[in-house]
Write a protein of this length. Structure first.
Length: 443
């Protein structure tokens, strides 16, 4: 593992100025150079920490009650594999190019069109940051017996921002601590759950109430992390090889996503409580519940802060993510303190519909236009609008909204697939339109 990216900043001389300037070595506006790339294990730990997301366990608990353990496990495996393929492919694109998700969006949608990605990705992450801080404050206040939550919201919001402000290395160090602790706690609760139902045989024999259709269950499981997974490139761009990033993300997502669904489901079946944190509280493990929550929310929220910092840097063209991390954290804390974040949840879920098609447009461009290579395009020379990429993204978004409003299919999944397949079609149309124009200009 190299040491360049582990330093918060480096000093680089300006060619026409005797005074050196400090730059952000998380490279928010450029490709990550090979000298700053990380070993595969460091990337693996960061991605694993990002994936530990409490709502995933809650979703597992909700689905398990509808299908029984055997049916639930089958659906969880399918959902984990589908999500892993999507995330791993995006991870490979960023490793190949060395670009963050928002910079990839600039190449795919254009210099101006790509600003939409920075707004949506950065804005939703700020909103979720505020919601997560509010959850942290409410649960911690309950455990401490406090009547007020705003001091805890301010404390938690600032605490979770520290590792993101430090950069990739700070997130990696926190993940080294939190991931083993979370896994150990989950396995312990699994043992309690198996004992509660009288053994594995009884667990496999459980039946559900069929309250959720299989398609909806698959949508719920994939949807828990697909918006966050779209931004996986913010971390895999530090990988040395695209193939390594793909295999790392594929393995981590399959294992961690399935594990979270599995642990949430097994606890719900055994104790009739889909919320893993409430389950710990019900078992009289309040201290463990709070401890788990703090690290679980921290490893997710520092990644969110990092994401909106990088998005803000791209949006305003500033080669430093830190001012935008600070600004986003202040907004997120304000949303949590005023309880405004609670009213935003539905809006953010709706916005989540427009994020997965962006990943589909990136994947489609990588497969059909760039043909698995780095296009080598200078970021400053990208046209204002890349109409083929924009058309593919809009087609995927339309498919996702159709699924959301009609209840047909999986909105996020069909948005991704339509966007991918629309790229070669839109590119062919764009070439056909440009050809007569070029011929007329030559004449």
């Amino acid at each position: 593992m190299t040491t360049t990216a582990s330093r918060p900043e480096a000093i680089v001389p300006e060619p026409d100025d005797a005074q050196p300037v400090r730059i952000d070595t998380d490279y928010p506006l450029t490709r990550v150079p090979l000298s700053a790339r990380q070993g595969w294990f460091g990337v693996l730990v960061v991605v694993a920490g990002f994936l530990f997301f409490t709502p995933t366990m809650v979703t597992g608990g909700a689905v398990a009650g509808a299908f029984g353990f055997a049916g639930f496990v089958g659906i969880a495996i399918v959902a984990s594999i589908v999500l892993a393929l999507y995330v791993a492919t995006l991870g490979a694109v960023s490793a190949r190019t060395g670009l963050s998700t928002v910079l990839l969006a600039r190449l795919v949608l254009g210099r101006v069109g790509g600003k939409w990605a920075s707004i949506v990705l950065g804005g939703t992450q700020i909103g979720w940051y505020g919601i997560t801080v509010g959850i942290f404050a409410n649960l911690l206040a309950t455990a401490l017996g406090w009547d007020v939550t705003w001091p805890l919201a301010i404390f938690g919001g600032l605490l979770m921002a520290t590792t993101a402000y430090w950069g990739f290395k700070g997130i990696e160090i926190l993940s080294w601590v939190s991931v083993p602790l979370m896994l150990g706690l989950c396995f312990w609760v699994m043992g309690l759950s198996v004992g509660e139902v009288g053994g594995w045989a009884n667990l496999w024999a459980t039946e559900g109430d069929a309250s959720i259709a299989p398609g909806m269950a698959l949508t719920m499981m994939i949807g828990t992390f697909i918006s966050g997974g779209t931004q996986i490139g913010n971390w895999t761009r530090f990988s040395k090889k695209a193939g390594t990033a793909f295999l790392t993300c594929l393995g981590v997502v399959v294992v961690i996503e399935f594990a979270l669904l599995f642990f949430g489901g097994i606890g719900a079946i055994a104790f009739a409580e889909p919320d893993f944190t409430n389950l710990l509280l019900g078992l009289g493990l309040a201290l463990l519940a709070v401890f788990m929550l703090v690290f679980n929310l921290w490893t997710t929220n520092d990644n969110a802060a990092y994401a909106f910092g990088v998005a803000g840097a791209e949006l305003f063209g500033v080669a430093n993510k830190r001012p935008f991390i600070i600004g986003g954290v202040v907004i997120g804390i304000a949303l949590a303190v005023t309880n405004a974040a609670d009213a935003m949840t539905g809006f953010l879920v709706l916005l989540g519909t427009v994020i997965p098609p962006l990943g589909g447009a990136v994947i489609g461009t990588f497969l059909f236009t760039w043909r698995l290579r780095d296009p080598g395009t200078q970021l400053g020379t990208v046209p204002a609008f890349q109409w083929a990429g924009i058309a593919a993204y809009l087609a995927g978004t339309a498919a996702a909204f159709f699924g959301s409003f009609t209840g047909i299919g999986s909105p996020a999944l069909q948005g991704i697939i339509v966007a991918i397949l629309a790229v070669p079609v839109a590119s062919a149309i764009a070439r056909a339109v440009r050809k007569p124009v070029a011929t007329g200009a030559a004449a």
